[in-house]
Write a protein that binds this ligand. Structure first.
Ligand SMILES: Cc1ncc(COP(=O)(O)O)c(C=O)c1O
Length: 427
């Protein structure tokens, strides 16, 4: 239920708190923005876990005055998380949802099909691609990115009449040539999963803005501690909170950050209709994770750099990919748009046979999908994340058969390196 007047009261309160937190530094914001001023009823220093589906009032007048109504769109624990994440990104507003994929889906669908909400049925007919073949909406993505996003766009959205163009966005000319009047959106994931390609956020945003389209940036690998896409021209930012932001590997979540009007549309039309809601317990855990984000990122980054340097010096390692290494082809761009290079590295061995042997020899590092955890997690990319892709799709994504994606945890770097060393020695 959305009513401008009810929403206004909460927005006014939020405005005061935002003004206060915007003046402070990131490390102070991550701990307390969205949560301070603290709930005063019992002097609780922490936001309570509001495990409720609805909010009951003693009169209809009272109900209509209040912001909180039904937890599919409004919940105070989630609200605190939204305020914190919007502050950390320097965005006007945020909406936390069930997972990173839910955030990607909501952000993309709200941009591609936003006219549906505002159009009458007759108008919608005119917009349908089959009635308007020369005006098929299209989206541009990079050759390499999270396979879930690739699947969503190429295998699901394609059935709804959206065309996805796949180009190497590291080359601005390729991107420019792919954009036309019907391009609604350029989806930029940087650093990319799994190859750690670095894309120029400002450059991509400038190109799509020329035709009135939008730029969505997936900031999952960097987190706002290392990269703030809104300041670089992104219209919406999406993040999987499951990863570095929560950081403790105990829940899933996603967020969309951007201008207030867009986010209001996402919350009260798209989320309300699609229902990909975050549970308040997840919000409560992610609030806790967030409070130490920059400190954890420092360790993720330093462990990643140490492991990358070790692997680079090892004769059995064919290739190491880390944006913080001078050998990374986009090192200069990473240095420009990020404050550090992240907790993810990629490396390749000489053969698939060696890869199968190596991964089973690891004793300390855990084999598992996902990333951004306190525990170091490694995956054999083409047989784990890439399992459902055809070999031609892997080739198009530049996904190598001998590649490992490695998420550095917070353990002592010597223990991590020792484990890599003993496994490499035995292959
Ligand atoms: C870059 C990126 N975006 C989005 C997602 C999806 O996030 P979630 O697993 O929270 O749905 C992932 C998951 O690995 C990812 O790596």
């Amino acid at each position: 239920m959305f009513d401008e007047k009810r929403k206004k009261t909460l927005d006014e309160k939020n405005k005061e708190s935002r003004e206060k937190w915007d003046k402070l530094q990131f490390d102070s914001q991550q701990g307390r923005a969205g949560e301070d001023p603290y709930p005063t009823a019992v002097g609780s220093l922490r936001i309570p876990l509001y495990a409720t589906k609805s909010y009951a009032y003693s009169s209809l007048t009272e109900l209509l005055k209040n912001h909180y109504n039904y937890s599919r769109t409004e919940n105070p624990t989630l609200y605190a998380l939204d305020q914190k994440l919007a502050t950390l990104h320097g965005g006007e507003a945020a909406v936390s949802v069930a997972s990173g994929m839910a955030a990607v889906h909501l952000a993309c669908s709200s941009i591609i099909q936003r006219r549906v909400e505002r159009s009458r049925p007759k108008k919608i007919r005119a917009l349908l691609p089959q009635n308007n073949p020369e005006n098929i909406p299209n989206v541009v993505i990079h050759t390499n990115q999270y396979t879930g996003v690739y699947r969503l766009l190429t295998k699901i959205y394609s059935q709804f009449g959206v065309m996805t163009k796949i180009v190497d966005m590291r080359d601005p000319k390729e991107l420019k040539d792919a954009i036309d009047e019907s391009t609604k959106l350029v989806f930029v994931e940087t650093p990319s999963n799994p190859n750690l390609d670095i894309l120029d956020i400002q450059g991509c945003a400038d190109l799509i803005h020329e035709v009135g389209g939008k730029c969505v940036v997936d900031n999952t690998f960097a987190s706002p501690a290392l990269q703030k896409p809104i300041s670089l021209g992104a219209d919406l930012v999406v993040e999987s909170l499951t990863k570095f932001i929560n950081g403790h590997g105990d829940t899933l979540g996603g967020v969309i950050i951007g201008p207030k009007n867009e986010l209001q549309n996402i919350r009260y039309f798209w989320l309300e209709t699609q229902g990909a809601v975050m549970h308040p317990y997840s919000a409560w855990l992610i609030l806790r994770g967030c409070r130490t984000l920059s400190i954890r990122m420092e360790r993720h980054c330093s462990n990643a750099l140490k492991a990358a340097r070790f692997l680079e010096s090892h004769p059995k390692v064919a290739k190491v990919i880390y944006p913080g290494l001078e050998t990374h082809p986009n090192h200069a761009l990473a240095k420009k748009q990020m404050t550090n290079y992240g907790g993810m590295i990629g490396f390749e061995l000489e053969s698939m046979e060696e890869c199968y042997k190596f991964i089973d020899l690891l004793k300390f590092i855990k084999i598992g999908v996902s990333l951004g955890d306190t525990t170091s997690l490694i995956e054999y990319t083409s047989v784990m994340t890439g399992i459902d892709l055809a070999s031609w799709e892997k080739r198009r994504m530049n996904m190598s058969d001998t590649h490992f994606r490695f998420s550095l945890g917070l353990e002592d770097p010597n223990d991590i390196i020792k484990d890599l060393e003993q496994a490499l020695e035995q292959i």
